[in-house]
Design a protein. Structure first.
Length: 388
């Protein structure tokens, strides 16, 4: 039992003042149960010695409980933590037997402390163990059985609630780490793809340029005309290589609707947001009549909208619609991204200005704002070409 708790067995401890404050409030929420023993000390008719010893015992018990609760999330020695829980149980039992049934509530804190501080494979046993000690002590204390029904459920639920919260936090941390790993792997894969493409584009051209440069060097000064031909070939090959590189870079940078829809689904799912995307993708849209610049503007709008949903909205559901419409001004493609998050009005500088400029450059428009009492909606429109 002297082994140390593994890092994956514990949640990450609070890192800033806000997180520490939330944890302190959550721990302090359970302290209202101490009203029964405090009231017994003040009005229970005990002698001065019993009050003094009871007050000291309660202070020690509460302080040690808070130490265990606040240290939850730190890698501590299992034996030390388990020993602390045992000592809390002994102290709670002693106070109950000496001072009466009002002190049985201390076993609720023993259960919560064991659920908060011990790893799951131990707390699944210590929580019912603390509850069993509560029941056994209640039978030994005069009148304790009367309070047993009111304390057993809080002891079990409180202890297992802490076990569940620890599991949720641990799962959340693992999910964040997995998302970071996936993003890093995707970036690495993209770099490898770019490296392969550039090698395929430039490898042959640069080899040919090197070869013809060597030939031209050997032909000078004896064969200037043939050397000039080699130099002309070098110029032609280098110009073509430059064109190929520019086309490749343009392909990397240009966003497309199918690619952004796939990326939106991945991002929303990873963030725990239910993604309601077009079932048929863009197969039903006349994208052949949509200029590349207009498609790219819609794709960038989709990316920006989904990014804002994931980062800022706190939404549980995001709906994306993409359809062609006939208006008085002609046919157009309309992209709508709405969520059920916090809503609010657009904040200047959050990327909407750039999207507006992109869409206006291709004859489109952008509108964004609250969608009812809750939620936010972004609506982007671009015209279709005459071929539609």
């Amino acid at each position: 039992m002297s082994a140390q708790i593994r890092p994956e067995q514990v949640p990450v401890r609070p890192e800033n003042l806000r997180q520490k404050t939330v944890k302190a409030l959550w721990i302090g929420l359970w302290l209202f149960y101490l009203g029964a023993p405090v009231g017994d000390l003040l009005h229970g008719g005990h002698g001065a010695t019993a009050r003094l010893l009871g007050g000291l015992g309660l202070a020690v018990f509460t302080a040690w409980y808070l130490v265990l609760a606040f240290r939850a999330g730190r890698p501590v020695m299992v034996a030390w933590t388990l020993s602390s829980v045992v000592l809390l149980s002994v102290l709670a039992g002693a106070l109950c037997l000496v001072l009466g049934r009002q002190w049985l509530v201390l076993f609720v804190y023993v259960s919560i402390a064991s659920g908060a501080a011990l790893p799951g494979e131990l707390s699944r046993w210590t929580v019912p163990g603390a509850t069993w000690l509560l029941a056994a002590t209640a039978w030994a204390v005069p009148g304790g059985v009367e309070d047993l029904a009111d304390l057993v459920i809080p002891a079990l639920m409180g202890g297992y609630a802490m076990v569940g919260i620890r599991a949720i936090i641990r799962t959340t941390v693992e999910l964040r780490e997995a998302r970071a790993t996936v993003a890093q792997l995707a970036a690495n894969e993209e770099r490898l793809r770019m490296a392969r493409d550039l090698h395929d584009l430039l490898g042959h051209s640069l080899s040919l340029i090197t070869l013809k440069s060597e030939l031209a060097g050997r032909m000078l000064p004896g064969q200037p005309e043939r050397a000039a031909q080699q130099v002309a070939d070098i110029e032609r090959v280098s110009r073509q290589a430059l064109v190929d590189v520019r086309e490749a870079v343009t392909g990397y940078r240009r966003a497309t609707l199918p690619g952004e829809l796939a990326g939106a689904k991945t991002a929303l799912t990873a963030a725990g947001v239910l993604a309601d995307l077009p079932a048929g993708g863009v197969d039903d849209l006349p994208l052949d009549a949509l200029p590349e610049d207009a498609e790219a503007a819609l794709a960038w709008s989709l990316r920006e909208a989904v990014t804002n949903v994931v980062r800022h909205s706190g939404a549980k559901r995001c709906t994306v619609t993409l359809q062609a419409q006939q208006t008085l001004a002609g046919r157009l493609v309309e992209l709508c991204v709405s969520d059920d998050g916090a809503g609010g009005h657009p904040v200047p500088g959050n990327g909407l200005t750039g999207l507006t400029e992109r869409l206006e450059a291709v004859g489109g428009s952008l509108s964004a704002g609250p969608a009812g009492k809750r939620g936010f909606r972004l609506l982007a429109r671009v015209p279709l070409g005459s071929g539609s």
